[in-house]
Design a protein around this ligand. Sequence first.
Ligand code: GH3
Ligand code: MG
Ligand code: MG
Ligand code: MG
Length: 373
Amino acid sequence: MLQIRHNRLQVLGGLTAPSATFGKQPMPELLAADMPRVLIVDDDTTMLIALSRMLNGRFAVQVARTGQDGLRLARLDPPDLVMLDVEMPGLGGHEVCAQLKQDPSTSDVPVLFLTANADEASELRALDSGGADFLAKPPRAAIVKARVGNLVRMKRLADRLRREAVTDGLTGLANRARLDEVLQVEWLRTLRNSKPLAVMMVDVDHFKAYNDHHGHQAGDDALREVAAALKSVARRPADLVARYGGEEFTFVLPETDLEGACTVAQSVLAAVSMAQVPHGASSVADHLTVSIGLSSLNSAQAGPALRTADSASPPDQSPADAAALLRCADMALYSAKSNGRNQAWYKVLGSQAAVAVGMNTAHKADSKPKGPA
Ligand code: GH3
Ligand code: MG
Ligand code: MG
Ligand code: MG
């Protein structure tokens, strides 16, 4: 039933389920999607079996017999908890824990130490090396379940808080804090790798009028629809679409040149139009539309652009930076608005003027613009 291969064994879903044994067909999809995952690392196979049995049913258990294998498995797919034997030949538990804590991909995974040496000094050392808790061998089932349960609950809560800290509550898109962080990272990466970077500001047209006409609740629903349409366009893994604030959204498109960004902008105009969210008070169309301003930084421009403030902005002595790229996109957005909305304009960082990307696609034939552009 339990097979050991290459000095490690892997148990998915518990030791007693035949489908869960390593070497047969492991079927992760059979696991409850949110079953907490526990990785046990111990050189003693009897201990691995005993601990796995204790956790079976409530946790998806994976095991490793060496510190090296434990580290490798943890990095491959970080679990919710690592149970770590202190005394192992080769890489010992303290060293494994220290390495897990140094690696950003595993640093948030709590470590529960197991040791036969339950004295004060070894308990302190375990905690000093970054361990979250400590269990004396031989382990007792009730205590193991309680400690593992507590640590996993805290880990999941911390994960949720981390997720919520970077997510916009209304739309589920990345929030402003996440946008700032990603933009800064991508800006620096662009300068380092000499790859282009594009950003795009997307602003819903006549949204105040939408709220006034359809109600604030419908306004919230409409923003969710727009967010879904934008999300469907940002397809590359590195693309980010965030809610900048209110009815404004921002795309960060790494390794995307001006031409690529213009294509994305046209897809955004089309996707929002196709969502066909009725807008009973727009001068532009009978459905919700957006205006877009985009800007790009090409690798060849990275040098000069870094030294020159945007030439069209008011006198500004500060060097160009990621924020300057956003400001530049915002100026292009202003042009898109003042030229009739439901269109995209671009402005290259350091250039004088914005240029139209797309044509108006859905003007109401009989409508006059309402209010100032
Ligand atoms: P323009 O075409 O020039 O962009 O006009 P606009 O009416 O869209 O722009 P304005 O800045 O005048 O108004 C933005 C509106 O967006 C006003 C505000 O009430 C609404 N808004 C911002 N955030 C939310 C939100 O979370 N929910 C709802 N329902 N409305 C919001
Ligand atoms: Mg041992
Ligand atoms: Mg706005
Ligand atoms: Mg608006």
